[in-house]
Design a protein around this ligand. Structure first.
Ligand code: FE2
Ligand code: FE2
Length: 437
């Protein structure tokens, strides 16, 4: 069926009204949406609480009335509707632009928006021959054949270590910049500043800190399976860099532990600050993706692990967290020790993310058929990351320090989009990115 025809619109409407997933996700969605195929046509979707009443070309009057306009080029809509790019990834990456409407509203109803587009995607999927679909599916179970015996050593082979490789550049940087000691930071003024904060101000900071504290512990506990796979593949440069990676995560655990002990002065159970989406990521998705590598070292499993660890946890959620600390502490000139610790930690993390971008780019370049899997993982986890951000804000009214949820969602989107573009251009053969973020 040809896209963007009346027949297509009718089929999409029927698919929406038959989709249980859409009906469930869109229970609270009561706004019409315009889908703009740039310089071609505007489609008006009359949506009301899980029902689609009509899909037709928008009239000028409807265009004026609509709350939400999602726009992309015909080529990009094609990539989304063919299932090549996950809808939520396309929105986060700015492939689909929100020409009108609130990002906050869209984020709160991300699942509804995703299911809305998923119904259109399903129309095209139904037309794909089963054989072709089989071909497009990544072979999840394909475990690389690696012998336990070493066949050769890189350092005593012709050429030796690849000093110019990105992992070695990161290793050089880590030896200079990653050796700061959390025990050296002076928290005296921080404690005095802390005591002057209001109860709500303290509470939102404890919430953030409790998320970071457990998050750093999780990434320290869960990195080893990836290191083992990289080592087994004989990638000595990558493994050399990863030795610094794990050391740095351990220091980050220590940094937050000191902040709790000496600034916040709390030793009670803080797990109540871990919201449902936070738990879905750090208690479930991250350890599952990482520990799976013990049994399955396939490129697909590695890609899933790095996408979860480096792109979602480090690249989207943690980066947005630093932004929160800076917004609160730096602008007020308070708690200089915590600010200094976060600054040093973020410099380490930028190397971790650069390694993740390198690994994902390498995996997709070597296995182009894995690109849809990467989008699938991002499509599943990015909404969990943005929901984690929303769950912080939903606890406060008014939100302390005048923080605005929309600013943080936009920040998370920018970070995510920047790295996705780097991976996409790298995977398609462009020169490898530099060792700095
Ligand atoms: Fe860390
Ligand atoms: Fe990290």
């Amino acid at each position: 069926m040809q896209r963007f025809t009346s027949e297509w619109a009718l089929a999409w409407m029927e698919a929406l009204n038959q989709s249980d997933a859409y009906r469930k996700a869109a229970r609270k969605w009561k706004w019409p949406v315009v889908l703009r195929i740039e310089s071609k046509v505007d489609w008006w979707l009359d949506l009301d609480r899980g029902r689609c009443k009509d899909i037709r070309q928008a009239t000028p009057d409807e265009l004026l009335k609509t709350d939400i306009i999602l726009a992309a080029s015909e080529k990009d809509w094609g990539r989304i509707l063919s299932g090549e790019v996950a809808p939520i990834v396309a929105i986060m990456q700015g492939v689909i632009t929100l020409e009108r409407g609130s990002l906050l509203k869209l984020s709160r109803h991300a699942q509804a928006a995703t299911e809305m587009l998923q119904a259109a995607i399903s129309l095209e999927k139904a037309e794909v021959q089963p054989q072709e679909e089989m071909k497009a599916k990544p072979s999840l179970g394909a475990v690389a054949q690696i012998s336990d015996a070493h066949q050769a050593f890189r350092t005593t082979s012709a050429g030796g270590l690849d000093q110019d490789s990105l992992p070695m550049q990161l290793f050089q940087k880590a030896k200079k910049l990653g050796v700061w000691d959390p025990m050296d930071i002076d928290f005296q003024k921080d404690r005095a500043d802390w005591q002057r904060l209001t109860e709500d101000e303290q509470d939102i900071l404890v919430r953030l800190l409790a998320m970071f504290q457990a998050g750093e512990e999780a990434v320290t506990l869960d990195l080893l399976p990836l290191m083992r796979v990289i080592a087994k593949e004989g990638r000595i440069e990558e493994e050399m860099y990863l030795t610094t990676f794990l050391f740095e995560e351990a220091k980050h655990v220590e940094l937050f532990s000191r902040i709790f002990k000496e600034v916040v002065v709390r030793t009670d159970d803080l797990s109540g600050y871990h919201s449902a989406s936070y738990r879905a990521l750090f208690y479930e998705a991250l350890p599952t993706a990482m520990n799976r590598l013990d049994a399955d070292s396939s490129p697909a499993a590695q890609l899933t692990a790095s996408a979860t660890y480096n792109m979602v946890v480090e690249g989207t959620l943690a980066e947005t967290g630093y932004h929160a600390f800076y917004s609160v502490l730096e602008s007020r000139g308070i708690m200089p020790g915590v600010t200094e610790g976060i600054r040093l930690l973020q410099r380490d993390e930028s190397r971790h993310i650069a390694y993740g971008v390198h690994l994902i780019t390498r995996l997709i370049r070597e296995n182009p058929e894995l690109s849809p899997l990467f989008h699938q993982v991002m499509g599943e986890l990015i909404p969990v990351a943005t929901a984690t951000i929303s769950e912080i804000f939903s606890q406060y009214d008014p939100v302390p320090f005048g923080l605005r949820e929309e600013d943080f969602l936009r920040f998370a989107m920018d970070q995510f989009g920047k790295r996705m573009r780097r991976i996409e251009s790298g995977a398609s053969g462009a020169p490898v990115q530099s060792a700095s973020e």
